[in-house]
Design a protein around this ligand. Sequence first.
Ligand code: UDP
Ligand code: MG
Length: 315
Amino acid sequence: MSVVYLVIPCYNEEKVLPETVKRLTEKLESMAAAGLADPESRILLVDDGSRDATWSLISQYSKENGRVCGIKLAHNRGHQNALLAGLMTAREFADCAVSLDADLQDDVDALDEFVKKFQDGCDIVYGVRKKRDTDTFFKRATALGFYRFMGALGVDVVYNHADYRLMSRRALDALSEYREVNLFLRGLVPLIGFRSDFVYYDRHERFAGDSKYPLKKMIAFAVDGITSFSVKPLRLIFGLGLLTALTSAVGTVWSLIAHFAGGWPAWIAAFWSLWLLGGLLLLGMGVVGTYVGKIYGEVKARPRYLIEEKTGDRL
Ligand code: UDP
Ligand code: MG
């Protein structure tokens, strides 16, 4: 039997925690009964600097329920960093760790299959959503556009896989060697390699509380994913610059001819090319600036998370 840690990042999740803990505890019990999960398996709740009662709930549960343990991050560091904090903590105790969301949108009953694949020798098991009919049209369209765009930029992401995934201790050890600060686990994990497989599941609706991923965070997440894994935008800008330079050279010659032969005022061409070039320059600087900003972040190499407190018996 394997020691399985379920790693759950929680940000202001007081509304869903009671139900989540109940369901996951039952699940671990039934998996233990079925000989899939060792009794030492745990639910590891990571409080990502919540402002509500999340941490007091976690501490309370860890006292009442032997299966629950928790860590509290000193600040809100975002989903990806909270996940990493949990995985890196779990790696010391577990044979494998499964990451899933606190709102249980990811089908808990798929867990058996994850662990079975692990016991069959897989190091990484990706949960893949069958369909997206519980999402709003907007979320579906942006997600699809995002995967397409990432694919076009040459980033290897698993289609329709969020962060519901199992990683063996060996894979987690490998992950710990990646020291980047701009974390995008969905792009990083496929780079690790090892034997991997997929589990297909249906995604449910969030049963309480609101999404902690407003549009602003979604955009930041997408930009992180692209700029952390692809330098194609830089090359694109180079091509665009080349194209404009050529076009404006042609345009200048053409408008000079029109000026002398057809009496066009000379400033017309110059006026438009000014705007065009100005816009392109700003665009290019924006792209370069985004990467420079990332280099700044990586060079500082600040800790990706700080653990303030721990609770539970096996931590
Ligand atoms: N989350 C987090 N820190 C944040 C934002 C979100 O730990 O800053 C957690 C959140 O508690 C949840 C998971 O990340 O467990 C996914 O968030 P959510 O369900 O709100 O995202 P959605 O499913 O709407 O994309
Ligand atoms: Mg959710």
